[in-house]
Ligand binder design. Structure first.
Ligand code: GRF
Length: 222
């Protein structure tokens, strides 16, 4: 029997790249349904690029300040991505608002991770906002990207408790551990063909996903 064909994934980063690193680690497992075709960063000093260099993954730096407009920058990123013909495009801490044209081009094959339990706390400073709102729990969500910020169909979430002595940093660390469990899993599902978006509805194993999949909790109180 011939081995199952692995799918290519392009990852977009801007900074630390710890989610990229988690996805990369998963891709190196024998049963991974995907490989990383390339990494694209809008910052030359993104630490996450070191993971790509160490693993001999093709990477490109495309600096937004060198472009006259969002549309021009996005069009260049699109050209770079499409040269690798990926099955899926993964935003992993890519700190850019994307144009409608870009989002529409990758509709149904563009996903993002957001450090909150969407639809709560779209946008920035999610950990502090969860603390200020006295939320008993917080977490991370992986969603398909649509034209509105952090508003696409939520695929899966992982939850953590908010502890009495948490500050934004301790909470962020606890959520990040969950992000690293959650994101590779969703990429794997998509590349296995288990996940698809049709008319803004997510299907998981051919069934409409009426609620985001909830990742099983681990004891994670660090
Ligand atoms: C993560 O918290 C992710 O949820 C958010 O940006 C952060 C990126 O972290 N979108 P890293 O660069 O993957 O370490």
């Amino acid at each position: 029997m011939s081995p199952v064909k692995k799918r290519g994934v392009v990852v977009l980063i801007s900074g630390t790249g710890s989610n990229f690193a988690a996805i990369l680690r998963h891709s190196q497992a024998p049963d991974s349904a995907f490989f990383i075709s390339a990494v694209i960063s809008n910052r030359a000093d993104a630490k996450g690029l070191d993971y790509a260099k160490a693993a001999n993954i093709p990477f490109c730096v495309c600096m937004h300040e060198n472009y006259d407009s969002r549309i021009a920058f996005d069009a260049q990123v699109q050209r770079l991505i499409d040269a690798f013909e990926p099955h899926l495009v993964v935003l992993a801490g890519f700190m850019r608002i994307l144009s409608d044209e870009f989002v529409q081009h990758y509709q149904g094959r563009l996903i993002n991770i957001h450090p909150a339990l969407l639809p709560k706390f779209k946008g920035l400073n999610t950990h502090q906002r969860a603390l200020d709102a006295k939320e008993p729990e917080h977490g991370a969500s992986v969603h398909f990207v649509n034209e509105d910020l952090d508003s696409g169909a939520v695929i899966a979430q992982s939850r953590v408790p908010v502890l009495a002595d948490d500050d934004a940093d301790s909470l962020a660390k606890r959520v990040l551990v969950e992000e690293h469990r959650l994101y590779p899993l969703v990429v794997q599902w998509f590349c296995q063909g288990r996940l698809r978006l049709e008319d803004a509805q997510t299907y998981f194993d051919n069934q409409p996903l009426t609620q985001a999949y909830q990742l099983e909790c681990t004891i994670n109180n660090e």
